[in-house]
Design a protein around this ligand. Structure first.
Ligand SMILES: Cc1ncc(COP(=O)(O)O)c(C=O)c1O
Length: 413
């Protein structure tokens, strides 16, 4: 039996909530308000907007808050589409290298990049682990810069009990198909600025249409992804196809796996996704109610992984998974030697893990102001990171099997 790259963390209770939603005459506005109320508890004193994706929130925030030629600082390991969006809006991009310990921005290197044109810092909490956001916030205060938190992967991650998204002027989290919590595609904009929230909401009302064909496409994708979440079904439906592509057509294999990154298209299209449907909001509510319970199970899994891999000098665990304060949504290891061989071996053994070689923003064809600079830590880890799926959907046996196969793969090479 093969273990898929990822599983959507849905339980029967989430699906029952949809059936109830169809049968009972709740209206969409009521559900939206309930969802927002739950979110408001996490983000007190902030304005919340629900979106069809996090990327739309990012696009609109930059569009409404910055102007042409403003400079924006990103970490060199950020969501590449965000860099592309900033370029599309005629902003200038500066990259700053990351820290080895968590692959988040190296705060000590930020100030040397600030000049009179710098207007914003994008702080990414990569792989769910919070970056040093308090220090970044102080730098932003000192230089009067906008702070935008990319919380797409860090829902439920906290610093001194304050959830990410509460530190910046704007925080954007993703509730896409593979995120936790999921609305099967979606995003949440958390903003201090009432005017921005109003503009984002108005933009959505004016521009997003109830597009049936887009909704249908999304629905089919959702069904296929849910089915593929189950290792048994995945082994029948997709395992052979991925094996074939991995071996004979790595280009298409890569295209399928990373299609959600949005970097292949020439331009980001803010109208690419339909507005959130009622059933998506209903799932979101159910997921929010299970958030802490899911987090607890994920933590148990990741502590087990970390404990298990401790003995292997070739496997470095990124981030401390014994710590409480974050969401453990991604379990990422750095394989020091023979990454490609080990990944291949793992594939043969039936563990399909994500090769996380997509984050180095200096490697794309983006026009970056300090493109010639070397980012040593990013350079060192890029191409050696493997993401193992971790969610409450998997049981202890699945997790033990994954860990054992990684060890077998490592030992074999
Ligand atoms: C770090 C990061 N930022 C932003 C996004 C964009 O989120 P969405 O797919 O909801 O637009 C993602 C999605 O994977 C992400 O991982």
């Amino acid at each position: 039996m093969a273990i898929p790259f990822f599983s959507i963390d849905l339980k029967l209770i989430d699906l029952i909530s949809i059936i109830k939603d169809i049968l009972l005459p709740y209206n969409k506005k009521k559900n939206e308000n309930k969802f927002k109320e739950l979110l408001q508890k996490r983000y007190p004193n902030r304005y919340i907007s629900l979106l069809p994706s996090a990327r739309l929130g990012f696009y609109l925030s930059l569009k409404f808050l910055l102007k042409k030629n403003d400079e924006v600082i990103f970490s060199s390991m950020s969501f590449p589409l965000y860099v592309k969006i900033a370029k599309q809006l005629d902003l200038k991009i500066i990259l700053v290298d990351v820290l080895e310990k968590d692959l988040n921005i190296d705060v000590s290197k930020i100030e040397e990049k600030i000049n009179k044109n710098t207007k914003a810092i994008i702080a990414t909490h990569l792989f769910g682990y919070p970056c040093e956001i308090e220090k970044i916030k102080n730098i932003c205060k000192k230089h009067n810069l906008l702070l935008i938190e990319d919380c797409a992967q860090s829902f439920n991650s906290k610093i001194k009990n304050i959830e990410t998204g509460n530190f910046g002027d704007v925080g954007i989290t993703s509730t896409s198909l593979l995120k936790i919590p999921t609305t099967l595609s979606g995003g949440i904009l958390i903003s201090k600025n009432k005017e921005l929230a109003n503009k984002v909401n108005e933009w959505q009302e004016m521009n997003l249409k109830d597009n049936l064909s887009l909704k249908f496409k999304l629905f089919i994708k959702v069904i296929l992804s849910i089915l593929n979440s189950y290792p048994k079904i995945y082994s029948i439906l997709s395992d052979k196809i991925f094996n074939f592509l991995f071996k004979y057509n790595p280009k298409i294999y890569r295209k399928i796996l990373y299609s959600g990154m949005g970097v292949k298209e020439l331009k980001y299209d803010p109208l690419e996704r339909p507005e959130l449907a009622k059933y998506q909001i209903t799932i979101g509510i159910s997921q929010l109610n299970r958030c802490d319970e899911m987090n607890k199970i994920r933590k148990m899994h990741s502590v087990f992984f970390q404990e298990t891999f401790k003995k292997y000098s070739n496997i470095i665990v990124i981030n401390n998974h014994f710590e409480d304060e974050w969401n453990h949504q991604y379990f990422v290891i750095l394989i020091k030697k023979d990454f490609a061989k080990i990944n291949k071996e793992l594939f043969k053994l039936g563990v399909h893990a994500m090769d996380e070689n997509v984050w180095d923003c200096s490697k794309y064809n983006f026009d970056i102001k300090n493109k010639k600079e070397v980012f040593p830590i990013t350079e060192m880890v890029n191409g050696k990171l493997l993401r193992i799926q971790n969610n409450s959907f998997l049981n202890k046996k699945n997790i033990q099997e994954i860990a054992q196969k990684i060890i077998n793969g490592n030992n074999k090479v």
